[in-house]
Design a protein around this ligand. Structure first.
Ligand code: HEC
Ligand code: HEC
Length: 196
């Protein structure tokens, strides 16, 4: 019986409560590894996420992580969970967590993808997205998040938030995304998810 509580949503709630406790404890400043343990229940022990609707953080740049956390905290970026979590941390905490995850190697996901879409996406990515999602999405310009090997369902969810106007696209990204068909966008996401 107890074990069932740990499944699914229960696990998230537990992870979230642990985080809040950690955030409110008045001890010495937490180490980056300690802070990042509060994230590992969902994002995985090595920054590779525990499930397909959650992004992997390993290998994201510090700037991308810090900016994402600031946007979650301010509410500018919509979220299911991160908005509430980010409120418990300071900019110094964000910087420490950014350093920690940025120092890890990109996590390679094992997922089933449509090879035709992967190929189509590969042919579209450089001209449309490569200016900021550089090196096949293994890196990102400035605060652009890495997308290589990210879970497809996570990328699809974020693209849906963008195209619905709920998450704000950078202007220059919007210029590239708008003219593309739904199918082309889907192919691009398959491509990025496939990069090893
Ligand atoms: C309960 C699960 C959970 C915990 C704990 C959690 N996250 Fe998240 N994280 C998510 C989900 C889900 C998303 C996608 C946005 C959303 O819907 O909230 C996300 C998104 C992110 C992103 C955006 C990544 C990108 O590619 O844009 C960053 C950065 C992030 N989390 C950092 C952290 C850090 C740092 C911690 C620890 C303080 C943490 N998260 C703890 C579930 C979690
Ligand atoms: C001018 C630079 C730029 C271009 C061009 C660009 N992007 Fe982005 N992209 C960004 C930035 C910056 C972010 C993070 C913005 C934010 O905070 O929401 C982002 C985020 C994303 C995300 C969410 C990733 C995550 O981890 O949350 C997806 C998906 C994405 N871009 C897809 C694309 C695709 C597909 C193209 C090409 C059609 C493209 N982008 C072109 C800069 C760019």
């Amino acid at each position: 019986m107890k074990k069932r509580w740990m499944d699914g949503a229960g696990q998230w709630v537990l992870a979230a409560s642990a985080l809040w406790l950690a955030a409110t404890a008045e001890a010495a400043p937490p180490s980056p590894a300690m802070l990042s343990n509060a994230c590992a229940g969902c994002h995985g022990t090595n920054g590779g996420s525990a499930g397909p609707v959650m992004p992997s953080l390993a290998g994201q740049s510090k700037e991308a992580i810090v900016v994402a956390l600031q946007k979650f905290k301010s509410g500018e970026r919509p979220s299911t969970i991160m908005g509430r979590l980010a409120k418990g941390y300071s900019d110094a905490d964000f910087a420490a967590m950014g350093d920690y995850f940025a120092s890890q190697k990109i996590y390679v996901t094992q997922q089933t993808l449509d090879p035709k879409r992967v190929a189509k996406g590969a042919s579209l990515q450089e001209a449309n997205c490569g200016r900021c999602h550089i090196e096949d999405g293994k890196e990102g310009k400035d605060d652009t998040p890495a997308m290589a090997s990210q879970w497809l369902p996570y990328l699809q969810m974020q693209m849906a938030l963008y195209t619905a106007g709920m998450r704000k696209m950078p202007e220059k990204m919007e210029e590239k995304v708008k003219p593309l068909s739904v199918e082309d966008l889907e192919s691009l996401l398959h491509f990025y998810a496939s990069v090893k």
